[in-house]
Every structure is written in C-alpha cells, then in structure tokens.
Design a protein around this ligand. Structure first.
Ligand code: NAD
Length: 486
C-alpha cells in the first residue's frame, strides 16, 4: 500500500500501480520527464514480474463475477466510468499534454471526450451481441460471445488515454478483466483512468494498471501463462518480440502498429482542402501513426500545389502545446528526437533535399521544424521507414498505376489519404491501395463501429465495432437439434 503522488498541471496523480482495487508501490522507480519543458514530473513505480503476477492473479479472481454480470449488468457501471471521464476532461487533457507533449486544445476537444466514448460505445454495442442464431435444416446454431478471460493491454505514448480506452472499453464490455501496461514515456493518464473506473464502481481486480518499462513489466505481462488475450499498440519491432511470446502460448494477439501512409493528390482535387490537410500531417509533431507522410502529387499540378502546401505549412506554428495557436509541439523524448534527427540527416546524405525545415526548431530542446523532403527516390530510407516526427516526403506521379505502385511500395499498410473530385477514379485507386483505412477527401475521421487496423507490417487483426468483440471473446456455437427437447 502506498500513497506516492505527483501534482501535474494542477492535478494530483498517483504514481503507483493500481492492482486489485488498491494502490501498490514498487521500490524501483523511473523518472518521468515532460517533453514540454524538460521538467521532471515525477518518479513512477517500475513494476516487474512480481507486480504483473499480482495483477494477473487479481484479474483472474475478479473474472467470473464480472463475466457473470453480462452486458446488461456491466452497462450501468461502464456508463458511469464514461461519465467520470467526461467530468474530468480538462484535467485528463492537461495531464496528457504535460506527459506527452500533445496539443492541449486537441486533448480537450477530441482525445479525452473520445476516451469516454470508447468506454460507452462498446458497453452499448455489447448488448447487440446477444441472441444471434443461424437456422440450418437440422439444427439451430446459437452464437455466444463468451468473455475470453484476462486481457493484457499495452499501449504507446503518443495517445495513451485514447488508445488505452480503445482497448479497455471493448475488453471490459465483453466481460473480460484487464491488466494495462501504460507507456513509460507517458504513464499518467492511465493512472487517472484507474481512479475514475474505481469511483464508477468497476470492481477490484477488473481493471489493473501495472506501470513500468516495456522490456520488464511489458515482457512479464505478455509472457504470463494466465493471460488469454494480448492487445498491443506500438511499433512493428516491439510487436515482433511480443508475437513470439504470444506464439509460445498460442495466445491470440491483436497488433496496431506503425505506418508510412501515402497521401495522394490528383490533379482534379480540391487543392486548397488537400493542401490544408497535407499541412495538418505536422500536427502533434507528426507523432501520429495514421499520418500521411508520403505526399504523392500528380505531375500536372505539382508546382502550384507545392505553393499551396507551403502556404498552409507556414501556419503550423511550432511552440508550447498548451498554447492554443500551437500546431507542432515537442517530440516526446531526447532519444526519440535523436532518432528523428538521425532519419533527417541520413535523408540529406542520401540526396533528398529539404524544401523547408530539416533542423531543430528555434523553440526548445525537443522541438523539430516541420520538414518536407523532395528528390526522394522511393527506395530511400526516408521513403520507406516510419520517422514518427514532423517529416514528410514529396513524390510525383503521371498516372494511376504509377501512384498505386508508389503507395504500395513499403512494408506498411496502415492508412492512406486520397484527394480527387472524380468519384470513379478515386474509388478505383482506393480499391487498389493496401491499407486498413483509406480516407477519400477527408482525414482522421473514425467511427467506432468501423473496422480499424493495419495490413502487412502495420498490424494483425481489426478492432472497432463487432471486430473488437470478435477479438475479446471466445465465440461459441451451441448447435441444437431441432425438436430434440421434450
Ligand atoms: P513501442 O513499441 O516502443 O512501445 C509501445 C508499448 O510497448 C510501450 O508501452 C512499451 O513499454 C511496450 N513494450 C516495449 N517493449 C516491450 C516488450 N518487449 N514486451 C512488452 N511490451 C513492450 O512503441 P512507441 O515508441 O511507444 O510508440 C510508437 C509506435 O506506435 C509507432 O510505430 C506508431 O506508429 C505506433 N502506433 C500505432 C497506432 C495504431 O493504432 N496503429 C497508434 C499509435 C501508435
């Protein structure tokens, strides 16, 4: 039992684990530094095997009663959980901004409200899963969505509250209990989430949070023999390690991973809207998995469109993410800054030419200029690997086959964006681009009922709507011979 706390953005946050309805400390701690100004926010409990064992045991013990409530029994508790998030939107947003440097206005307007929606939406959707049956000549097949058991949920730092609730929502709604391992570079909103769930009446052991380093707490969690599902969002490299653990125990794993998504602009597009949307890829310093970082422009409009993008990009103000005019905040961490700067330096050495940006921004240690590279051979590292910073590449195309080949020319397949006013042409290109989500004349719009995930190295499986329940449930068919009951 412990009472380790920090005050961040005026909000009191526990810096310990949340296990079996209680705060639990660890002797070992890690330092949490704000990317906004480099200040030390707090020392956070660094869990390992012992804490993971406690959390999984608590989750296992809590599972039968939580599962037995059924979707209707869980609904009021989860609705209260969502209301609790809504009541604390401003606090959650402010803490998230200090913790990971994401834009405050975006966190208040979209991210924190969406976290509440993640919980409520899936709690309500779970009601629709009951009572499905398939009629056959001899039998009736009753389809049951049985809760799977204990789900291990691991998330990254770029949107911890949003991405964690995207997993917690359906996992709990489906009747599972969960152990969350938050990202060590932004662990705090997951801690607040545990308090909110507790206050809403989520029983002890149903939602557990073990803080810690990926290679320690995360590794212990994915290798725990009593875990029934592993849901991971993060980098493709980490997914390959976790996938080995999942394979050893044949534990179903879902993975939402990195991307290098194409942003295709056809000559017949609304060029002003397209240019604004290209510039928006710099938001949150480009630390957005779905960002369309490879801009592909039809040759006939290349020069005028570049000027439009230049104009729109000039409004991407680099600065303090708490300032409402800022569009590009800091990179998360010194290590990540060096990674991004390394990509940029190697791109220059490879012959790519920065049309703007390419250096540390004149604002603070972790701030990087919005950057656009031209003269980019598709085989270059800068056109192939995810940078996860405010760095775009510019390529041109002459016909649709060429742009489809260019778009599909990486190992990734997370998303894509396409601007064209010609419906037939737009849909024909969209049909051939390999991606989990393809936006046409829009960007970043997501309905929780729609499937979400990535192709190729961008992921395994789909979540959202029914797809989330397919993953978090053991689907059973009770096949009953017609007329066989007395
Ligand atoms: P990461 O893979 O380094 O870490 C993600 C999480 O995994 C963290 O909580 C970390 O502690 C944990 N982890 C690390 N090693 C582990 C191990 N061996 N065992 C278990 N857990 C371990 O990723 P990151 O740098 O935090 O996040 C950035 C990446 O996430 C980018 O590639 C980005 O595209 C991707 N991402 C994808 C989506 C999506 O929905 N597809 C959303 C956001 C971010």
């Amino acid at each position: 039992m412990s009472v380790n706390k920090a005050t961040v953005a005026g909000v009191e946050v526990s810096t310990d684990h949340w296990i079996n309805g209680k705060r639990v400390s660890s002797a070992k701690r890690f330092t949490n530094i704000s990317p906004v100004d480099g200040s030390v926010l707090c020392e956070v409990a660094a869990g390992g095997k012992a804490e993971v064992d406690m959390a999984v045991e608590a989750a296992r013990k809590a599972f039968p009663a939580w599962a037995a409530l059924g979707p209707k029994g869980r609904l009021p508790i989860l609705k209260k959980f969502a209301e609790g998030i809504r009541a604390r939107v401003n606090e959650l947003a402010a803490v998230e901004t200090m913790d990971n440097g994401s834009l405050l206005v975006g966190n208040v307007m979209r991210v924190a409200p969406r976290a509440a929606q993640n919980i409520e939406f899936f709690a309500e959707w779970a009601l629709t899963l009951e009572g499905h049956s398939i009629d056959s000549p001899e039998v009736v097949n009753h389809v049951h969505y049985d809760p799977a058991g204990v789900a291990a949920l691991i998330t990254p730092w770029n949107a911890p509250l949003m991405l964690t609730t995207w997993k917690v929502g359906p996992a709990l709604a489906a009747g599972n209990t969960v152990v969350v391992k938050p990202p060590e570079w932004a662990p705090l909103t997951c801690s607040l989430m545990a308090d909110i769930a507790h206050a809403a009446g989520v029983p002890a052991g149903v939602l557990n949070v073990v803080q810690g380093i990926g290679e320690e707490a995360g590794d212990a969690l994915v290798n725990h023999p009593d875990v029934d599902r592993i849901s991971f969002t993060g980098s493709t490299d980490t997914a390959k390690i976790i996938g080995q653990a999942a394979a050893r125990s044949i534990t179903p794993m879902s993975a939402e991973l990195g991307g290098k998504s194409p942003f295709i602009v056809c000559a017949d597009a609304d060029l002003d809207a397209a240019a604004q949307t290209v510039a928006a890829q710099y938001m949150n310093a480009g630390q957005v998995c779905l960002a369309g970082t490879r801009v592909m422009v039809e040759k006939s409009i290349e020069a005028p469109f570049l000027e439009k993008v230049r104009g729109a990009a000039a409004h991407m103000v680099v600065g303090d993410p708490r300032d409402k005019d800022t569009r590009v905040g800091p990179l998360i961490h010194k290590e990540h800054f060096e990674r991004v700067a390394g990509f940029v330096e190697r791109a220059k050495a490879d012959g790519a030419v920065p049309l703007w940006g390419g250096n540390r921004a004149n604002f603070g240690e972790l701030y990087f200029e919005p950057t656009l590279f031209a003269n980019v051979d598709p085989k270059l590292e800068i056109a192939q690997r995810e940078v996860f910073g405010p760095v775009l590449t510019w390529q041109s195309f002459s016909d649709d086959d060429e742009v489809i080949a260019l778009a599909n020319g990486t190992d990734y397949g997370l998303a894509g964006t396409l601007f064209s006013k010609n419906e037939k042409r737009a849909m024909a290109i969209a049909d051939k681009v390999t991606a989990g989500t393809l936006w046409v004349n829009c960007f970043f719009i997501r309905d929780l009922a729609a499937p979400f995930g990535g192709a190729r190295s961008s992921g395994i499986g789909r979540e959202g709507g029914t797809w989330s329940f397919d993953f978090y449930s053991d689907i059973k068919n009770i096949s009953v011979r017609k007329g066989s009951f007395a």
